[in-house]
Design a protein around this ligand. Structure first.
Ligand code: NCD
Length: 309
């Protein structure tokens, strides 16, 4: 049994096959329990802080839902403008203060490394809900869980990751999980938005099979899973560069039906135009089921870091 009690969840790099198997198993039992009861009581009396310094729909609401469904309570803010950050308070002071009130801290912040910095000053476990263009480990875990649910297994799959691989924190965390499985990865991105070379290099050194291309269609033909991502507008220093790249890839129903009708289609959401809405009705369109999986996976993580799994 891997012990996650009191452990900060900061990056996809911190997991190995043993801890991943265990998280997926506990998430699966949470999922099954939720189909019987609306709410469980493992975290009765516990309080979670939900500190979102950057916009969020799924991550914040599914974490809050997860805590409520475990019988726990939630405090926090969805906009830093309503907290003392607006008065100039530092991140460290905000975290130190919240740490006096709660048992676990979930946070999202625009700066890379912010969650690690918070974890250094907090005694409560800190869960990174996205640090700028850095990492987003809980999204990666629910993505992994979704692949297992949709494909029946993760080993043996070919996963194509498409879009803004340079700035996308969900794919940065995702590849760190997939390297624990016998997967093939295909990175589909224009040169300007390629996966950071250091990340690709490290995967190759560890023996992960990685292909890189700018072409979506051949990747679609080869893959079991296509993971589309949004071009991360808020990370561009030059708005004109965003305008040039924003339409790089659009997946539509005709492409899926023509090239690979059995493929599983995922997206962390929000989508802008990367997946046209005519894809939504296809059996393989998994992105809203993927969003739903955020609840059992985050329930598993909360119960584990609080030692109540
Ligand atoms: C992602 C994020 O915030 O990194 N969304 C999410 O958490 N589901 C993806 C994105 O914003 O493009």
């Amino acid at each position: 049994m891997v012990q996650l009690e009191g452990v900060d969840i900061l990056t996809g790099k911190q997991f190995n096959r043993g801890s991943l198997d265990q998280i997926l198993d506990i998430a699966d039992s949470m999922d099954k329990a939720l189909r019987v009861d609306r709410s469980l009581q493992q975290l009765d009396g516990y309080v979670m802080a939900s500190l979102f310094f950057e916009p969020s729909t799924r991550t914040r609401l599914s974490f809050e839902t997860a805590m409520h469904r475990l019988g726990g309570a939630v405090v926090g803010f969805a906009e830093a403008g309503t907290s003392s950050v607006a008065k100039g308070e530092s991140l460290n002071d905000t975290i130190r203060t919240v740490d006096q009130y709660v048992d676990v801290i979930v946070m999202r912040h625009p700066e890379i490394g912010s969650a690690r910095q918070a974890a250094e000053v907090a005694t409560a476990p800190v869960i990174n809900g996205g640090d700028g263009a850095g990492q987003h480990p809980t999204q990666a875990l629910l993505d992994l869980y979704t692949i297992q649910q949709e494909c029946g297994h993760v080993d043996g799959t070919t996963i194509a990751l498409c879009g803004d691989l340079k700035n996308g924190r969900t794919v940065h965390a995702g590849v760190e999980l997939y390297r624990n499985y016998d997967c093939c990865l295909i990175f589909v991105a224009p040169e300007q938005l390629a996966m950071p070379p250091g990340v690709t290099q490290r995967l190759l050194e560890r023996g992960v099979r990685v292909e890189q291309t700018a072409e979506l269609e051949p990747a679609l033909a080869q893959a079991d899973v296509i993971y589309m991502t949004r071009i991360q507008k808020e990370r561009f220093a030059d708005p004109a560069e965003y305008e040039r790249l924003k339409g790089s890839y659009v997946l539509n129903r005709d492409m899926v039906e023509r090239i690979n009708p059995d493929i599983t289609i995922m997206h962390p959401l929000p989508r802008v135009k990367e997946i046209s809405s005519d894809v939504d009705g296809l059996a393989g369109a998994a992105y809203f089921r993927q969003a739903r999986n955020g609840v059992p996976v985050r329930m598993a993580l909360l119960a584990m870091v609080l030692g109540q799994a």
